[in-house]
Write a protein that binds this ligand. Structure first.
Ligand code: GTP
Ligand code: MG
Length: 201
């Protein structure tokens, strides 16, 4: 029988300051993307705990760096979203500082998952974010979210054209996953991917 990849999952701590994040050396996997793209919902879907991370239909729900520990072995990290236009400039700048200091300074961050809403054409803000990750040598993968909201054929064509757009800027693409927090599409693939990386550490 296959062993379950998530045996336990629990909330550990919320922070605005990367220096106060857990310091026990466990590897961690963080989720970033535009506000409302589905970061918190994906963490709940992966862990099978529908209320672990707080979600909301209104963008801008997550405002802190949130650590969840899985199997007492590794962390999932829920980050605030970027690019929510209805926030004040000051609050957006403050959140950007939190996000960038986490991404650039967090040694325990093994991999960053960048979430993209599968319904939309490539957006400038996300393309610029990928550029910034590249310039800073941050390892990342891409997760397309909300696949349940599209037909199979539209989904496939959106993802193909998104990849084509990325290949204008990049020589090769990182691993790409397609998910739905409603149907749990992509769950096993992402957990297996994390598990495989953990095995190499
Ligand atoms: P912020 O914390 O505000 O940055 O947002 P977030 O990226 O954490 O998004 P969140 O998980 O709170 O989800 C935003 C909205 O999208 C909620 O109403 C979710 O129910 C919905 N949602 C998220 N993922 C999916 C999905 O895969 N399918 C569908 N149909 N809805 C989704
Ligand atoms: Mg959130």
């Amino acid at each position: 029988m296959k062993k379950p990849l998530v045996k336990t999952a629990r909330f550990v701590i919320s922070n605005t300051d990367v220096k106060k994040c857990p310091n026990d050396g466990k590897p961690e996997y963080a989720f970033i993307g535009r506000s409302n793209v589905g970061k918190s919902s994906l963490i709940n879907m992966l862990t099978g705990r529908s209320k672990l991370a707080m979600t909301s239909a209104t963008p801008g729900k997550t405002l802190l760096i949130n650590h969840f520990v899985v199997n007492d072995e590794w962390y999932l990290v829920d980050l605030p979203g970027y690019g929510y236009s209805k926030r004040s400039k000051t609050q957006n700048e403050q959140l950007e500082r939190i996000i960038s200091s986490y991404i650039l300074d967090r040694e325990a961050m093994t991999l960053l998952f960048v979430l993209i809403d599968s319904r939309h054409e490539p957006q400038k803000i996300d393309l610029e974010f990928f550029q910034w990750l590249g310039e800073n040598g941050v390892p990342f993968s891409i997760i397309f979210t909300k696949a349940d909201k599209l037909t199979k054929s539209v989904l496939a064509s959106n993802i193909a054209s998104y990849k084509k757009r990325l290949l204008e800027d990049w020589e090769e693409l990182p691993p790409v996953f397609v998910t739905s927090s409603e149907t749990a599409l992509g769950r096993d693939e992402i957990l297996q991917y994390i598990n495989d990386i953990n095995d190499t550490l």
